[in-house]
Design a protein around this ligand. Structure first.
Ligand SMILES: Cc1cc2nc3c(=O)[nH]c(=O)nc-3n(C[C@H](O)[C@H](O)[C@H](O)COP(=O)(O)O)c2cc1C
Length: 409
């Protein structure tokens, strides 16, 4: 790997100054597999303030800013070396020491990687700046290894409500695209808006699935207590013992089904996040391609070759985005099957509850707390039905937005 040139002309008086550039401007750079810069566009060259001959064939860390947590680059390389795309906020350092922020999307291309970057301005970006500063301070003070820093970053993202890094980067790119449309007085991108609604519906769906799970856990004591109470009634309690043992087996089935149900809900959210990230990536890549047609090629670079790289990459991500929609449709169908299974189990639960109610009425149930237990069963059943009703609404909304996206694609 080549060394960074020694002639970096940092100007101490401008170290805290930001390089200004407009929201319309998009950067791109392409590297080989070791991160050596092979080409880029004029925005990248101008904002970094280096001459082309100082950038080309140099490692990308040439523009690394010391405020950047190492953990972010560690995650970046782990992901792209694995053949996956990644999006990240990056603070860069221009040649004179000034800084500039970008949201970068790095994707594997033939022979290396391509990074397209936009100027961030969302509320999430403001939050990310604070998180980066805290993480960098920890890295320095506690002498953290990059992988340790990455683990801290991931757990912090979970605290902030993101399931994982993929959920964070998809929220970040969509918020940045919405914010950028506002900054540039552009009409809202309908597909991104549609995807953002999908993200909210998937969140609703998961919230209700989790509520049903909590209701199950909150009532887990009922079957055992019913059996105990029925046994106090001696021979009179025999039918009740049968009812409670039926309930125990349905309850076990519900527990099994709930696990699949929750997993299926999470998969819906995951494929929606992936689809959103792929669509946003292909949109930005398309814009970079369009801008590059009017760009001045860098020293010695072949515009045709670069255009081909950009075009192929954009087409590939646009295809991936279309496949993403199919994946969401498939996942939502599977989730609906899980909902159907839950409904069936709830009907069986209702039969058990009614039988229990009739039986307890014929017993001297006031001597026991059987009535209360049967009422608890009723509340549990209601919680499932209420949750499933809300989930149905989210399912409908998801199917509607998927149809809109399929029409638009
Ligand atoms: C396509 C691509 C684009 C990159 N863009 C940047 C960038 O804009 N700024 C940056 O500091 N590092 C960027 N990197 C990461 C650098 O290669 C490097 O990992 C990082 O600067 C940290 O340096 P270090 O790995 O030596 O700690 C990029 C890497 C790739 C593959």
């Amino acid at each position: 790997m080549e060394k960074i040139p020694e002639n970096i002309q940092e100007n101490p008086s401008v170290l805290n100054e930001e390089v200004d550039f407009s929201f319309d401007e998009l950067f791109f750079s392409r590297t080989n597999e070791s991160g050596i810069i092979l080409s880029g566009n004029s925005v990248f060259q101008r904002i970094s303030n280096y001459a082309w001959n100082e950038i080309l064939s140099k490692p990308h860390k040439l523009i690394r800013h010391n405020d950047m947590p190492r953990a972010v680059f560690w995650l970046l390389w782990e992901t792209i070396k694995n053949g996956q795309p990644i999006g990240a906020y990056v603070k860069n350092r221009a040649k004179d020491g000034r800084y500039y922020w970008v949201f970068a999307i790095v994707t594997p291309v033939e022979g290396g990687f391509l990074s397209v970057r936009l100027k961030p301005s969302s509320a999430l970006f403001e939050a990310a700046k604070g998180e980066y500063a805290a993480l960098r301070a920890m890295e320095i003070n506690d002498n953290l290894k990059p992988a340790e820093g990455a683990a801290i970053l991931l757990s912090r993202l979970q605290e902030l409500g993101f399931r994982d890094y993929a959920a964070f980067m998809s929220a970040a790119i969509s918020q940045e695209m919405v914010a950028r449309d506002i900054q540039t007085d552009r009409q809202e991108d309908n597909c991104i808006a549609c995807f953002n609604r999908l993200v909210s519906s998937a969140q609703c769906l998961q919230d209700h699935a989790t509520k049903i799970f909590s209701a199950y856990e909150g009532n887990a004591y009922v079957p055992l207590n019913m059996t105990i109470q029925a046994s106090h009634l001696g021979n009179f309690g025999a039918p009740m013992c049968v009812i409670s043992s039926n309930y125990t087996s349905i309850s076990e089935e519900i527990q099994e089904n709930l696990k699949c149900f929750l997993e299926s809900g999470t998969k819906v959210a995951r494929v929606i996040d992936e689809g959103l990230f792929l669509l946003a990536t292909s949109r930005i890549q398309r814009e970079v391609f369009d801008h590059f047609q009017q760009d001045t090629p860098n020293d010695g670079a072949s515009r045709d070759q670069e255009m081909e790289f950009l075009d192929q990459q954009q087409q590939s991500y646009s295809e991936k985005a279309a496949q993403g929609l199919d994946a969401i449709s498939l996942q939502i169908r599977q989730f609906q099957q899980a909902c159907l299974a839950m409904r069936k189990l709830t009907s069986i639960l209702e039969v058990t509850r009614v039988m229990g109610k009739i039986e307890s009425a014929s017993l001297d149930a006031s001597r026991t707390s059987l009535n209360d237990l049967i009422d608890d069963l009723g509340s549990f059943q209601k919680a499932i039905l209420d949750g499933l009703k809300e989930i149905d609404e989210s399912n409908k909304a998801i199917r509607f937005d998927i149809e809109q996206l399929l029409k638009a694609s």
